[in-house]
Design a protein around this ligand. Structure first.
Ligand code: NAD
Length: 483
């Protein structure tokens, strides 16, 4: 096969080693697979300088040329799919097949935004004779971006795609725990011929990097995906210089299961989806509110399929769910389960860490979970589902909306009246009916309430990476021109 790559910084079109580094662990067996460099202040200054120069070049590159280069890089990544997926499975733990799908998804983000690069239309506003009003969208400037560890390639892809398509330069601090996904993207852009300084990749101590880069005058957008707590902190930093933010934060997705649906189909589908990425997805279906008539059947089907999920090393082709990505998820999951148990919840599948090396936790299903259990309010961010009964759709909608989150929400129903009522009433950036997919390249994705601000993807995705400029142009009469 292939080997785990040497992780380096990518600054000003060159690869950099550092004197300080940190270990990268394989979560499936807790062994060290590589080292991630820690950027020094000099490295960050060099990245800022490079991004300044990169912006001058890239913002004046035609949208067509930008799109062609992004498409070239995406095609290189598609050619290297197995190599990239191998790195992702090693550093993250997810099954190799899911890692391959992640790479494809990341490429789709690039390909979609490359198309959008050529569609950042402005407009001409009709006015009195002799004056023209033009509204144009210009690249916002240098983007400071921060991507998390749950999707090592497709999360950095979202940020880089938006910035580069819009004509911005970017300094991306990718996740130290899963650095290879972003490294492979930088390699592909390097090989595709991206001008130096347009894309810069750094790693290090997250708080040191964000507190240095965000307040810089040249930083014109802060783009972050991660927890709501860190998102709020970075937003406060950005506020000091009135720098806009794009925040894709936590969720706690409700799933409303109506009693007109086949409970076995919905239960099995939900269990399989819950296992995707070991539940470490901001859109992962988590709070199932099931109408009473089918509650027992749905719970039983869900639990049975959850117990049958094959958990193991992501390199093993029979594995359906890998380890969780780090020890923090294990500790958090154990805490949620013991708290819910102590408050009366029934554990109908999983519940305990698996007795083997690596960070393995089975798909865990909690039933009849009281409202005061911590997991009813805090995002588990792991393979944990809650199933509670509801009488009516109004009750389900009220429960779905009861948290400060509003990212993804789902419903199962055959009734178009139910679907309409749910889609209308649920407070979320994305509502999906009869599908547990919430985010694809061609539609906008993002949250309401504390799940974030702004949208990535779709026709809206480049808005945040551009600024609107109004140009008022009065045509001077001949006499004025001569004087
Ligand atoms: P965390 O809040 O410490 O970190 C989340 C991410 O933010 C990491 O990538 C981390 O490197 C980065 N980060 C942390 N402090 C930072 C700072 N001061 N400046 C810049 N970046 C910083 O939590 P964690 O244990 O890594 O992840 C757990 C929680 O994060 C989950 O409960 C989940 O809610 C959230 N999360 C969300 C997503 C998402 O897709 N929205 C992805 C990963 C994690």
């Amino acid at each position: 096969m292939t080997s785990y790559p040497e992780i380096q910084l990518y600054v000003g079109g060159e690869w950099r080693r550092t004197s300080d580094d940190l270990p990268v662990l394989n979560p499936a067996d807790e062994t060290e697979i590589g080292r991630v460099p820690v950027a020094s202040r000099q490295d960050l200054d060099a990245a800022l300088q490079a991004a300044r120069e990169g912006f001058k070049i890239w913002s004046r590159t035609s949208p067509r040329a930008r799109a062609e280069l992004i498409m070239r890089a995406a095609s290189i990544m598609r050619e290297r799919i197995d190599e990239i997926a191998y790195s992702i499975t090693l550093e993250h733990g997810k099954p190799f097949a899911q890692a391959r799908l992640e790479v494809i998804r990341g490429c789709e983000f690039f390909e979609w935004d490359a198309g959008e690069a050529q569609r950042t239309y402005g407009r001409v506003v009709p006015s009195e004779p002799g004056i023209k009003y033009l509204v144009v969208h210009q690249p916002i400037g240098m983007v400071a971006a921060f991507s998390p560890w749950n999707f090592p390639m497709s999360q950095p892809a979202r940020k880089i795609a938006g910035a580069l398509a819009a004509g911005c330069s970017i300094i991306l601090k990718a996740a130290e725990e899963t650095p290879a996904g972003a490294l492979h993207i930088a390699r592909a852009f390097h090989d595709a011929g991206l001008p130096a300084g347009v894309l810069n990749l750094v790693f290090g101590v997250p708080a040191d990097i964000s507190s240095y880069i965000i307040p810089q005058e040249q930083t014109r957008l802060v783009a972050f995906t991660g927890s709501t707590a860190v998102g709020k902190h970075l937003t406060q930093l950005a506020t000091q210089t009135m720098t806009p933010v794009l925040m894709e934060l936590g969720g706690h997705a409700p799933v409303i299961v109506c009693d007109d649906i086949d409970p076995n189909f919905a239960g099995v589908t939900s269990a399989v989806r819950k296992a995707r990425n070991a539940g470490q997805v901001c859109t992962s279906p988590t709070r199932f509110f099931v109408q009473e008539a089918i509650f027992e059947q749905f719970s039983a089907a869900f639990a049975e399929r959850a117990k049958a999920i094959i958990v193991g090393n992501g390199m093993d082709s029979s594995t359906e769910m890998g380890s969780v990505a780090n020890h923090r998820r294990i500790e958090a999951l154990e805490g949620f389960v013991s708290d819910a148990r102590s408050k009366g919840a029934k554990v109908i599948a999983g519940g305990d860490r698996m007795a083997r090396p690596g960070y393995f936790f089975p798909v865990t299903v909690l039933k009849d979970v009281p409202d005061d259990a911590r997991v009813m309010r805090e995002e588990p961010f792991g393979p944990l589902a809650i199933i509670n009964p509801v009488k009516t759709l109004d009750e389900a909608i009220e429960k779905a909306n009861s948290l400060p989150f509003g990212l993804a929400a789902y419903a199962f129903t055959h009734s178009s009246a139910n679907a309409d009522k749910l889609a209308d009433g649920i407070e979320a950036g994305n509502v999906s009916i009869n599908t547990l997919e919430a985010s694809v390249a061609e539609v906008p994705f993002g949250g309401v309430k504390e799940s974030g601000y702004g949208r990535e993807g779709g026709a809206e995705g480049l808005h945040h990476y551009t600024v609107v400029k109004t140009i008022s142009h009065r045509m001077l009469p001949e006499t004025a021109r001569r004087s």
